[in-house]
Write a new protein. Structure first.
Length: 348
């Protein structure tokens, strides 16, 4: 059963990748600000499988290089359509920030145009409107209408349904500014002198930079997919069972604790729980006994879900469960309680 589902998810990922590669190649041809996702790039950081039928794929933007943090505070008095407002738009919080075209030492002329720019700001909502139109046109010109449908959305995010040979998968396509040259000020990491990850690994991770995602109206969302990928890649260099714990926890989440197409707890939440637990228990011997290590991980998940509070691993003031449905979280918490009272059946 487990192997069968793992095979189906891998197959779905492969099929979605092929379709998205074809689609983004066409999008890039029609709108040069968007980069085609190559076969090599999508395997690692571009694609996140949040649940078996829920994917997030980032589409890099082209023509913005030489990023630097913005020092001057600048109040915004406009709607996303460019009309003047009497009071300013609220400041970004936690994982979000403004983005000005002047923050890049080199930028394509197209980023200065009014379809994406208001008063020098690159506005995510406007980028998403342009992107959505290109997605719709490219589905038709690539003859993908039988396989890909753009879903209606209350906000400006771009979601598509992709028909694979086994099932339908929902994919959020997110334009992303890749910033591989610096580490954001908001991410004050690592905190103090931590024993995990090693100082060498920390330096490597911070040298990979971060991304800014177009996922809201005015503010760009910080994303650390390259950093997270490197952390996951070297988890068990000491021969521990961290990855096994993560895989089993993910399986239990999908089978028992939180199934469904749009689960309140995703693989990304589990990954964050794993990072925090690795940091708290950095020693090799903490991860030498699977039942013990696994229970510790589930206890951490239970605590976060019960309290409706899971801190982002890199940006400490961010609660990843802030907007989650609390009754859904309580249901997951109760299932985790039942499991923790009698965990033996999973740990054979």
């Amino acid at each position: 059963q487990v192997e069968r589902r793992h095979y189906l998810v891998s197959k779905a990922v492969e099929e979605v990748q092929k379709i998205i590669q074809q689609l983004t190649a066409e999008i890039s041809y029609k709108g040069t600000r968007f980069q085609a996702i190559s076969n090599s790039g999508i395997h690692n950081e571009n694609i996140k499988v949040l649940a078996p039928s829920q994917f997030l794929i980032t589409v890099p933007l082209r023509g913005l290089t030489g990023y630097r943090e913005c020092q001057v505070r600048h109040w915004r008095y406009y709607t996303v359509h460019g009309a003047k407002l009497l009071s300013s738009v609220r400041d970004p919080e936690e994982l979000h920030q403004w983005l000005e075209v002047e923050q890049f030492s080199k930028s394509l002329q197209q980023w200065h145009e009014t379809d994406v720019n208001i008063e020098g700001d690159l506005v995510p909502a406007k980028v998403l409107i342009v992107f959505r139109e290109l997605v719709e046109k490219s589905i038709i010109s690539c003859n993908l209408s039988s396989k890909v449908t753009v879903l209606e959305s209350f906000s400006s995010v771009v979601r598509v349904a992709v028909e694979t040979s086994e099932s339908q998968v929902e994919v959020e396509l997110v334009p992303a500014v890749e910033i591989p040259t610096c580490w954001p000020e908001k991410a004050r990491w690592p905190r103090c002198l931590k024993r995990w990850p090693s100082p060498e690994k920390v330096q490597c991770i911070k040298s990979l930079g971060f991304d800014l995602l177009a996922r809201s109206n005015y503010h760009w969302q910080l994303c650390f997919s390259r950093a997270e990928h490197i952390l996951m890649e070297g988890l068990d260099e000491d021969g521990g069972c961290r990855m096994k714990c993560f895989r089993v926890m993910r399986q239990m989440k999908e089978d028992v604790w939180c199934a469904g197409n749009k689960p309140v707890i995703t693989a990304y939440h589990l990954q964050t729980v794993l990072f925090w637990t690795c940091e708290k228990y950095p020693r090799t011997k903490d991860w030498s006994c699977f039942p013990e290590a696994f229970l510790r991980l589930v206890q951490k998940l239970h605590k976060c879900v019960s309290q409706h509070f899971l801190k982002h691993y890199f940006v400490k003031n961010t609660n990843l469960l802030k907007y989650a449905n609390t009754s859904d979280l309580d249901l997951v918490a109760s299932k985790l309680t039942v499991f923790l009272e009698n965990p033996v059946f999973c740990l054979d």
